[in-house]
Design a protein around this ligand. Sequence first.
Ligand SMILES: [Zn+2]
Length: 468
Amino acid sequence: MAPAMASVLSFLGATGTVTGSRFLLDTPSARVLVDCGMFQGLKHLRDRNWAPFPVEPRSIDAVVLTHAHLDHSGYLPALVRDGFDGPILATPQTAELAAIVMADSGHLQEEDADYANRKGFSKHHPARALYTEKDAHRAAECFRHVPFNALVETADGVTVILRPAGHILGSSTATLAIAGRVNRTLFASGDLGRVNHPILRPPAPPPEADVMLVESTYGDRTHESVEEAEERLAAVISRTAARGGTVVIPSFAVDRTEVILLALGRMVAESRIPSLPVYADSPMALEVLRVYRRAIASGDPEIRPECITGKDLFDPGSLHELRTPEQSRELNDLEYPSIIISASGMATGGRVLHHLLRCLPDNRCAVVLPGYQAAGTRGRLLADGARTIKMLGRYVPVHAEIVVVDAFSVHADGNEIVEWLRRGPKAPDTAFVIHGEPQAGTVLSKRLEAELGWHAVVPRPGERVRLD
Ligand SMILES: [Zn+2]
């Protein structure tokens, strides 16, 4: 295509919704994509994963990836398969975690397509995978490691600096400097962590930038305090154990599992919950756990110094790491109280479905939802009080106790985002509020205007804006 004369930013995803993060920067000399996420949740969003990418993948010079979560990295295997052949720039930790996440996603999609074909309940004939595990491995080979705080060139006339975002291991914000008729800087928040993340150090302060992309997942909410959340978690675990039930925790494999294991360990040590068997039932979560353990053992600068103790932070005393499907199936015969942590985090797929199938109809059991549940997911339906849930081709009644514990989220809430932005050196010309459902984006953009005096805009999906 002919090079654009002005620098233009296009909002290709995570606009009016929290998934499918994709922001395309066109400059007179380069085309750079920031994040390349998968859409999740509502069907009309998931359908967008199947649409051709809005620009020819081969025309993109480089991708900058802020962190490993699927809604930021999950479309990379399709982008590479369809012709993208540039570098994917990310921190080494993000590259390692994203390789795990993408491979798991490819594997899961192949498995789901296969299951749907065998059972014949797919609307597509035959059902096919969006991409395969092999596509994911090919994408993982495109990573170019960028250390935190280093200035590197992404493509002709566009440099990037990745700074710690404190959201998950390796997570970063991205500051792109664009050389042109007028030099401009574009800041992308990625997903912003919390200052009190129990394992990671707080996010680095925001830098000076002309244009900012600010995430708003929890932009209209205030998390309860961690103490209150732990109190509720301890209470539901104790209640469930007393009535002989199982606590199922659908959990994002990256970071959330670590945060929950850490909290369980503390609660057992303080005798706030009985010491129950804890089953981590997700091969991906276990691989990620290995990466976290190694980061802690090696004294990675992202890790809080108080976590580097030489002890395993992630074993509440009775941790069973289940790797094989047989081990997972054996849990179905459990007759005594236990805690099962399993993916996926929004109950959209994975081994957790089999545990939910068994536990949801059982009023002795409990399901704890520890993180963001996107609209249209089973997790959201449960959080909203659904009495029946469709899964694995059948309707399942919900008699188990359902508890939402948002404070285990590793996203900053509205107050935390505003306070963090306040620490920046100067107001941007424009802040685009992205990565939030419409209400969250609107509330946060009004707060940026009222409390920081910023010019804030909630962009429309597919919108293009000039940067100079
Ligand atoms: Zn994230």
